[in-house]
Design a protein around this ligand. Structure first.
Ligand SMILES: Nc1nc2c([nH]c(=O)n2[C@H]2C[C@H](O)[C@@H](COP(=O)(O)OP(=O)(O)OP(=O)(O)O)O2)c(=O)[nH]1
Length: 129
């Protein structure tokens, strides 16, 4: 599973899931499953187009591999930026929100995202991403 931490103007795009009921209302990074034969970067570009209607440029890895679903898969998150003037739309999510470093704890992240968000905080605060 791959996710994109899209950063713009010192903020990251948080996305609230709309389904299934077990995860609805929990926040995540846009992304999803890597399809057979697809690279992780290609999967992120595809998922950001499907879920948000935007083009992204994928950068460095963020944080560590986080085991999910009883060890059957891992979550890998990459830093990303929007291309051109593309503006994310909630095509599949319940809500999108641009979060400043001090706002990162204001939404209930999915459990797997918690260590990633911890790794993101200093990166956002430093303004180097
Ligand atoms: N996209 C995404 N999924 C996450 C994150 N953290 C986390 O625990 N997950 C979990 C939630 C879901 O159980 C699973 C992703 O499922 P999904 O429905 O978004 O992706 P998918 O590609 O399997 O979906 P589909 O398009 O095949 O329907 O990973 C995250 O930051 N981003």
């Amino acid at each position: 599973m791959v996710g994109a931490a899209i950063i713009a103007a010192g903020r990251v795009l948080g996305c609230a899931r709309s389904s299934p009921p077990e995860t609805a209302g929990r926040w995540e990074f846009p992304g999803g499953k890597v399809e057979p034969g697809e690279s992780e970067v290609a999967a992120l570009i595809r998922e950001c187009a499907e879920e948000l209607g935007v083009r992204v440029e994928v950068g460095d890895r963020l944080g560590r591999d986080v085991p999910m679903g009883h060890g059957r898969s891992v979550l890998r998150v990459y830093l990303a930026r929007l291309v051109g003037d593309d503006q994310p739309q909630p095509l599949e999510h319940a809500e999108l929100r641009w979060l400043r470093p001090e706002e990162l704890d204001s939404v209930p992240w999915l459990p797997a995202d918690v260590p990633i968000v911890a790794a993101l905080r200093p990166v956002l605060a430093a303004g180097t991403a």
